[in-house]
Write a protein that binds this ligand. Structure first.
Ligand code: SF4
Length: 179
């Protein structure tokens, strides 16, 4: 029998994570004993935008009765991490750094709080490269197991269709705001 996982699901927003959270809540993913949603997104700019996405995330988790944790919001620190990569395109080196930074934070939290696995929805948007997310995660999670779960895209679309989520028009950082 596979080892049971205590999982941290990293989320960037409710529209991207709704399907994954529902699947986990409904026990559709094998060998997950327990899970928590982590919202650690210091990449999001400006802070008003961050608060909107956070509020939608909390509303959805509470609607489903799912546990969540909110990471620190320090955008200046995030800017330091991606220094020199500001003009990289989306899917480029800045995004790898951004993913790695967030996965490292989650791995540290996992170690400190008895979780042994991490998954994310960072790659579900059509603007993202799932392979890039997976590579960043594997390089950053250390002894915590990274699970590259393929989420049910139809379920995510269906929940989005039925919900009135606030929907942002860009990934998160100031460099991803489309003109
Ligand atoms: S575009 Fe998105 S993933 Fe890339 S650096 Fe900005 S916030 Fe991070």
């Amino acid at each position: 029998m596979s080892e049971q996982k205590r999982l941290i699901l990293m989320s960037c927003c409710a529209p991207c994570s709704c399907g994954a959270i529902k699947q986990l809540k409904d026990g559709e993913i094998a060998n997950i004993e327990d899970f928590i949603v982590m919202f650690f997104n210091p990449n999001i700019f400006p802070e008003t935008e961050y608060q909107k996405r956070l509020s939608e995330q909390i509303k959805y988790c509470e609607k489903l009765g799912v546990k969540y944790v909110i990471g620190d919001y320090n955008h200046d620190d995030w800017r330091e991490q991606v220094k020199g990569l500001e003009s990289e395109p989306e899917r480029g080196a800045r995004c790898s750094k951004c993913f790695a930074y967030r996965f490292c934070y989650a791995a540290k939290y996992a170690k400190e709080h008895g979780f042994n696995a991490i998954a994310s929805v960072f790659g579900v948007s059509r603007h993202k490269d799932q392979n890039q997310v997976d590579i960043s995660a594997k390089e950053s999670c250390g002894e915590i197991i990274y699970l590259p779960i393929k989420w049910n895209e139809n379920l995510r679309s269906q929940i989005n269709h039925e919900s009135d989520f606030y929907r942002q028009k860009y990934c998160g950082c100031e460099f991803s705001i489309r003109k």
